[in-house]
Design a protein around this ligand. Sequence first.
Ligand SMILES: Nc1ncnc2c1ncn2[C@@H]1O[C@H](COP(=O)(O)OP(=O)(O)O)[C@@H](O)[C@H]1O
Ligand SMILES: [Mg+2]
Length: 577
Amino acid sequence: MWKLVKQYLHFALFGALLMVGEVLMDLIQPGIMRRIVDDGVLGVNAGGTGDLRLVINYGILMIFLVIVGGLCGSFNNVFVNLASHNICNNLRKICYRKIMRFSFPQLDAMGTGPLITRMTSDINQIQMFISMMVRGMVRTLFMTVGSIYFMFRLDVQFGLIVLAAFPLVAGILGFFLMKLTPRFMLMQAQLDRINSLLQENISGIRIIKACVREMYMKIRFGEANAAIVATQLAIMTLFAFIDPVVNIMMAVLVSVVLLIGSADVAAGTASPGAIMAGITYLTQLLHSILMMIMLFQGISRGRASIIRIRDILSCRSTLKNGSYVPSRPLEGRIQFEKVCFSYPGDETDTLKDIDLTINPGETVAIIGSTGSGKSTLTGLIDRFYDVGSGRILLDGTDLRDYQLEYLRGQIAYTRQKTELFSVSIADNIRWGRPDASMDEVRQAAQIAQADGFISEQPDGYETVVAEKGKSLSGGQKQRLAIARTVIKNAPVMIFDDSSSALDLTTESRFYQALGKYNPGSTRIIVAQRISSVANADRIFILDHGRIAAEGTHRDLLENCEIYQDIYRSQIGDEKIL
Ligand SMILES: Nc1ncnc2c1ncn2[C@@H]1O[C@H](COP(=O)(O)OP(=O)(O)O)[C@@H](O)[C@H]1O
Ligand SMILES: [Mg+2]
């Protein structure tokens, strides 16, 4: 963070200098006011006759000082904003890059809502914090020291009064700061919760409505909202007590100054103008103390946000990148050796002792009930997660040794959950390979059996897909996702339950076309339907994270009870052979 600040430090420093100028103008004015009263109006040193010329001259000087002070203030604002916005802009970029590099377990652990709050609200807080530090902090510090100095110059007694009151003021400020920081931390955490809920609710609004769970979600949201209101109220209550405390201090100090001052005037050791100036300095001083309290609110808020952003910046991605990039094209041999895996925080193994070898050019299928670990197993090949124990080899080299970008470039993966982006259909397909030509996009769509429905869209391939693909049916989305995988033309292709919404004819047409298009590739097909897997070279049956059986469709049909059961359960409504 310091590096970022350093980059724009010159703006900030220049801004601070201008602020010093503004404060200086404010500090000089009471002195001139004193001259106007004592020399111009009362003529204290000239035997009681005032001088109008002096009043006019000093008046013009005062106007000039106000203008200079105002200009300093405006330019200070400009420079401080330049610094704070630029710093936060870069901070946001750095955080974004950092988040993009996080491993999936880290993203799971942090959650989307909290990450969004940090990238938006917390960074805004930091921007305000910087601005406040440079503007407010410089102002209050300089103003405090300056007015104390001028108080001493006016009258040593005035200065001493102020100094005596100082420890008390500092104590009160410390107390409030101590109470406020944890509450601001809590408030940001509660904002996280609201953002998480909002995200879930808005993206899941169809399901919420379909299941008539609006009331339930309303209550959950209401609770999160009530929690943040309670914290805000606690903070505001603290603030409500700060103002009167400072006002009381102000009243007491002004009375003491008046008391001592009037005695001095009576004794002839002080002039009325000096007392006026003294009270103005005192007011400025107490105003800057009040401002300091406001600043402390900003500082404790800013500190809470800085801590939360530091969490992101200091978090090292647990996903280690390798460096191996083979010189020859991959063959696509995949070996699992005694692979065990469990999700972070999960005690049971999701995958247990997986041993399997998939040969180059082979098409294997994985079938098994939901939750048996099929998506987990295929995800390991793309290094969504790393194995707990054992290892996975691609062409004889551990996946973790490969350069990650290279590895993922060699694997075309259709995930079970279709993700589309709100760009054109062509660009959604090109997502797999951005440099693909329009002809290649069209070819991929044809293989994925998507060309037909795309042509019927209002703008064909240029039709923009609605957010998360809401404008398309489940099967259409799946086919676009398949086309995106196909266009990658990679040595390893994985289809995780990605043709489940296609009818059998379309599905088999797709597999036939794929076989012709990319015959040498190693293909892994995850499916629920026997018909989707029957043509594979080998079929693995996954059961509770273990490989229960393997073989061809014929073998399994003859020897494997689980497979026979699946077969029997599906034969009723589908023609399989
Ligand atoms: N991100 C995750 N965090 C924790 N547990 C998960 C996660 N994804 C899946 N699981 C669990 O792992 C098991 C296997 O899931 P999965 O591989 O998706 O099964 P399948 O694809 O065969 O339906 C399930 O019990 C599921 O609850
Ligand atoms: Mg799955």
